[in-house]
Design a protein around this ligand. Sequence first.
Ligand code: NAP
Length: 167
Amino acid sequence: MRRALMVARARNGCIGRDNKLPWYLPNDLKYFKQVTFGKPVVMGRKTWESLKGPLPGRTNIVISRQPDYVAEGARVVESLDAALLLADQIAVIDGSEEVIVMGGAEIYRLALPQMERLYITEVHADVDGDAFFPELPAGQWLEQAREDFSAEGPNPYDYSFVVYRRR
Ligand SMILES: NC(=O)c1ccc[n+]([C@@H]2O[C@H](COP(=O)([O-])OP(=O)(O)OC[C@H]3O[C@@H](n4cnc5c(N)ncnc54)[C@H](OP(=O)(O)O)[C@@H]3O)[C@@H](O)[C@H]2O)c1
């Protein structure tokens, strides 16, 4: 099972502010849905709480150290390893070839060494916030695809959809 991570990251690494996304980029939300639909998605408890509810069409897996944490419409597990194991099993049952780790900062940091593919939306701006994506270790990742877009309409920043695979 391929393990992938998906993130939208500003030029300065910012990915969040006050447990929310630090921007409204509707084209990125559409892209996120397109890539993740039908696949198990793994997230930290704080990212789960930032959502309005479970993401439809995807098994939502939430990581928390709280043994009695309840997330309605999601599966709760106690570690990243347990989340990835469960996600692999669900992907096999659902006929999906990929599982997606979808944040936030704590979970990205833990998961990065285990990922084979990264879907990164590069937001071409420095943005204020309190959650950051780690630097990609040099030499480990190969850019496989890139699409560049200019700010327009409701999308306030230039951005690129970039796919990396592990070398
Ligand atoms: N730009 C993007 O693409 C993107 C994507 C996702 C999220 N975000 C943003 O990222 C921010 C949230 O990130 P965050 O780092 O604050 O939180 P997070 O990674 O979503 O969740 C952190 C929580 O995960 C659980 N956790 C972390 N490490 C664990 C471990 N080793 N074992 C078991 N449980 C563990 C803990 O839950 P308990 O406290 O319950 O134990 C911890 O409080 C928000 O601003 C959100 O909007 C941005």
